[in-house]
Design a protein around this ligand. Structure first.
Ligand code: ATP
Ligand code: MG
Length: 342
């Protein structure tokens, strides 16, 4: 394990923002910290960065405890959500700042800045001031500045959230490319599940100051541990056991042993098939065209279901249909009741 956080606890007065949080990041790994607003993501990142102190627990890099090491000696690169470039310095001065204060010879700083500008695809921006750049360009420079000093760990706190969708998707790919090519262990905070799915080797999902589930993007999407995770990882149809019992018995075959109240069926919208049938048990209520897919709301014995179909759409609102759901398409998740708090 490269970076380890063990039982990190942080309180603000009476409020426990982090409750015994443990996470690990391996060498070269890209980990996303995902969770709703207020769940403690930034608090955890600031503790790791050394910008605030732990109330309990420990943070280690390669087995060495960091507690006594101030932020500037940890050797971490940090990018925050809001552009934190020095406004009165040029782009080149911003990127070279960390190297300069370490006494790196000027010729080497210049060379390194030029390489980094190429890496973040802004080769001609050296003499510009941050105010002359777009938000996306400023975040590229912030990324270049963070990696200029060869950080041991890269910490990113929602670096893309202030950008519009298209720039965000583009920059997402570039962050991944830069991280891969340099192999820097990276922890990125986001509350955007799509961003986490697209970027991460592993996702750490948090809620209310605790870690709820850790796994690959596939694990969290297809095998969510709890109702909270299932709901947070994208649209899911969550159906209580007693409703499944009434509406569709074959799905029950895969349910773990336990009380009806303990589990809830999670069925992703793309895993429900619809077959036109005059005597079908369900009715198509609403159809939205989303470009690459259609999202249908279907009134069924399992309740109102969201169904997504690609390609042609033979259905119209009001059509009767039969549901086709394979038992494997249904994941039974622990009902942690709290549900989404975002
Ligand atoms: N300095 C502070 N003093 C008091 N409470 C704080 C402080 N910093 C954070 N908190 C509280 O701790 C909780 C977690 O805050 P944090 O900023 O870590 O959330 P977050 O997961 O980063 O949310 P967001 O997605 O909105 O950025 C919140 O309820 C917040 O109000
Ligand atoms: Mg935050």
């Amino acid at each position: 394990m490269y970076l380890s956080v063990r039982n990190a606890t942080k309180t603000f007065g009476m409020f426990t923002a982090l409750d015994k949080v443990s996470i690990d990041i391996e060498r070269g790994e890209f980990v996303c910290l995902l969770g709703p607003s207020g769940c403690g993501k930034t608090t955890l990142l600031r503790l790791i960065a050394g910008l605030s102190d732990l109330d309990g627990g420990e943070i280690m890099v390669e087995g060495e405890a960091l507690s006594s090491l101030p932020a500037r000696k940890r050797g971490f690169g940090i990018v925050f959500q809001s552009y934190s470039l020095f406004p009165n310095m040029t782009v080149a001065e911003n990127i070279g700042y960390g190297l300069k204060i370490r006494g790196t010879p000027m010729a080497e700083v210049t060379r390194r800045v030029s390489d980094l500008l190429d890496l973040v695809k802004l080769p001609r921006a050296a003499d510009a001031f941050p105010g002359q750049l777009s938000g996306g360009q400023q975040q590229r420079i912030a990324l270049a500045r963070a990696i200029a000093v060869d950080p041991r760990v890269l910490l990113l706190d929602e670096p893309l959230s202030a950008l519009d969708a298209k720039v965000r998707a583009e920059l997402r790919g570039e962050i991944r490319h830069v991280q891969r090519s340099l192999g820097i262990p990276t922890l990125m905070v986001t509350h955007d599940q799509e961003e986490a799915l697209a970027l991460a080797d592993r996702i750490i999902c948090m809620n209310h100051g605790v870690v709820v589930q850790v796994g690959t993007p596939e694990d969290l999407y297809h095998r969510p541990a709890t109702r909270f995770v299932a709901d947070f990882m994208g649209i899911s149809n969550l159906v209580p056991t007693e409703v499944v019992r009434r509406g569709c018995h074959k799905l029950l075959a895969t349910r773990p042993v336990g009380s009806d109240a303990a589990y809830i069926a999670c069925i992703r919208p793309e895993q429900i098939g619809l077959i036109p049938a005059e005597d079908g048990e369900a009715t198509v209520c609403n159809i939205s065209f989303l470009g690459n897919l259609r999202r249908l709301e279907v009134d069924s014995p399992l309740g109102m279901l969201v169904v997504e179909t690609h390609g042609g759409n033979p259905f119209r609102e009001g059509d009767r249909v039969r549901l086709s759901i394979e038992p494997e398409a249904c994941t039974w998740v622990a009902d942690d009741i709290a549900g989404p708090s975002a």
